[in-house]
Structures are given as C-alpha cells and as structure tokens.
Design a protein around this ligand. Structure first.
Ligand code: FAD
Length: 289
C-alpha cells in the first residue's frame, strides 16, 4: 500500500515548525527518521493531512553541562552508538542503541522519534526511564520539561500534545555507575520480547549506593520496579542479593499474554534477564572489563 495523499512542509526554523503544529494540530504529523512513521503511513494506520519534516531544524546537537548530557531530538541512533562524547558520559545509551533494528534503521532513526513513538518494547524509552532523563517539549506558547517516567502514558502514547515538539533530552550523568542491558528477541534486530536496563553505583565501601532497573516489553510503557531497587541499595552486591532483587522484580511485573508469548513466560524471562543485567552492571561498577 502507499500513503493517502498528504501535504509536506520542511520548515527551516523551530518557530516555523511550531507554528505549523499550532495551526494544524492533530492533522499534522512530525517526520524525523521516518522508521516508524513511514510504515504507519504506508499501511494507512496514520492519515495526517500534513507532514512536518523536522530534519532541517538544528536539533541534532550533543553537549554536556551541569552534570547532564543534552541530546537534541534529532540525534540518530548510530550517533548514540558511536559518539565518544556520549559513550564516555553515558555508555548505557550506546548499549541500548546498538540493539535497535538494523544498521539502516539506526542510521536514520532518531532518539526523539523513538521516544515520541513510545513502543513499550523499545530500548531507548526503557533506557531513558532507567536514567531518569528529562524531556523538553516545545510549542509556540513556550516549553515545558517532563521526566521520562511521566512522559510515557501507555501503548504508543505520550505526554506530547498535538502542537508540541520534543526538542531535547537531558540525561543526568552518573559517574562510576555500572550499566547493562539484556534483552531477548526471536531474531537479532527484532523488537525485544523482554528487555531490562540496569544501572548500579557502589559507594567507597563497595556497597550499592544506587540501583535502577527498567523493563521493556512487560507492560504498555517502560516499567521501573522500586521494590527491587530498594532491595539492592545499602548492601554488598553479592550474588544472593542480586538474585533476590531479580526475583522481586519478576514477581512485581504483570505482563500480558499476546500472539507471541504468554505473560507467564515474559515474567520468567524478565527475572532471568534482570539477574544477568545486574551481574554485568555490578562487574562494570567494580571495573571488571
Ligand atoms: C525494520 C525495523 C526494525 C526496528 N527495530 C526496532 C527495535 O528493535 N527497537 C526499537 O526501539 N525500534 C525499532 N524500530 C523503530 C526505530 O527505532 C525508529 O527509528 C523509531 O521508533 C522512530 O524514530 P524515527 O526518528 O524514525 O521517527 P519517525 O518514524 O519519523 O516518527 C515516529 C513518531 O514520532 C513522532 N516524532 C518524531 N520525532 C518527533 C519529535 N521530535 N517531536 C514530536 N514527535 C516526534 C512522529 O510524528 C511519529 O509519530 C525498528 C524500525 C524498523 C523499520
């Protein structure tokens, strides 16, 4: 199939893009890398009257300030993988981006597009929830900042209003933290059946100072499990503690069954992947290569 007839605009300034969104509201759709939007258009699952192509806007900058990595919404997945600046400050992002689709998808797809699309099995939304990132949403009447945990509202649903553009993602840098993403998918490059991102920091006594666990594929949005994180904090990162935290996470999740696998299988998988991710994150926090 091909897309139904539509108009196309390629604004050159943020102001012009926001004015188009303000005028056309839900009749307009933003085009970034097109890796999710174009298939939706071709299957006529999205039928906007106007496409607002934002690729000409200055939204691809990457810089660090005030303990945060600031990523423009047009930062491509491959840049998350390859940029030394990003890798040095937040290696979890590279590990997440590397698992997205294939090379073609990663060379075109953007961070902002992945977050705005909000597939609950996607790696980058899960990573942003684990990292406690903040998202800047701009409209012609101003801008607001939303924590990643509040941005995702349900299946393919976010806090973005029709006249808003996601412009920047601010990721707090956690120096010395160990990180890992584990996922299971049927074929390499497929969306994960279940994924988990783990971030672990140790204090000077080698005890867990902070721990974050975010899951993909287990609900209608990325899911954090505070009870499992609490079970890790304050103690030595011994095998038994990591295993217990993974069990707590597994038991707290309530994934649904679908055409691919049962909810019970997803829950089991989440526990196993969580234990693996915690083991790798702790090893990295201890400096083990
Ligand atoms: C074969 C294939 C395999 C894939 N595998 C995976 C995978 O394993 N994991 C994964 O996470 N993803 C996967 N994807 C999706 C991919 O990551 C997309 O790149 C991503 O979902 C969307 O990014 P995009 O820049 O292409 O956005 P687009 O497709 O251009 O847009 C997606 C949606 O976001 C909106 N949007 C885009 N940018 C903004 C913005 N700045 N502000 C407001 N709204 C915006 C658009 O209007 C649209 O609704 C796959 C895609 C393909 C084609």
């Amino acid at each position: 199939m091909s897309a139904h007839p539509l108009e196309y605009a390629a604004p050159e300034t943020l102001e012009d893009a926001l004015a188009l969104l303000a005028t056309h509201g839900p009749e307009a759709k933003v085009l970034a890398g097109g890796q999710s939007l174009v298939p939706l258009l071709n299957y006529r699952l999205a039928r906007p009257r106007l496409i607002v192509d934002i690729n000409g806007l200055p939204l691809a900058s990457v810089h660090a300030d005030d303990g945060r990595l600031r990523l423009g919404a047009l930062t491509r997945h491959h840049e998350l993988e390859e940029s030394p600046e990003i890798t040095r400050r937040c290696p979890l992002l590279g590990e997440a981006a590397r698992l997205v689709g294939n090379v073609r998808v990663r060379s075109l797809g953007t961070l902002g597009g992945s977050l705005a699309h909000a597939d609950p099995a996607a790696e980058l939304p899960m990573a942003m929830v684990a990292l406690d990132a903040h998202l800047t949403l701009a409209s012609s009447s101003g801008h607001r900042t939303v924590p990643a945990r509040e941005f995702f509202r349900g299946y393919l649903t976010t806090a973005l209003a029709p006249d808003e553009l996601l412009t920047e993602i601010a990721v707090p840098v956690v120096p010395g933290a160990g990180w890992a993403i584990e996922e299971f998918s049927r074929r390499p490059g497929d969306f994960a059946i279940v994924g988990v991102a783990a971030l672990v920091s140790l204090d000077r006594h080698g005890h867990v100072e902070d721990a974050r666990l975010a899951f993909a594929g287990v609900g209608d949005r990325p899911v954090r499990v505070p009870a499992a994180e609490d079970a890790l904090r304050g103690g030595e990162p011994a095998d038994a503690r990591l295993a217990r935290a993974a069990e707590i996470a597994r038991d707290a999740l309530e994934p649904a069954s679908d055409a691919f696998v049962s909810g019970a299988y997803r829950r089991l998988l989440a526990g196993v992947l969580c234990r693996r991710a915690l083991g790798r994150a702790v090893a990295r926090a201890l400096g083990v290569p």
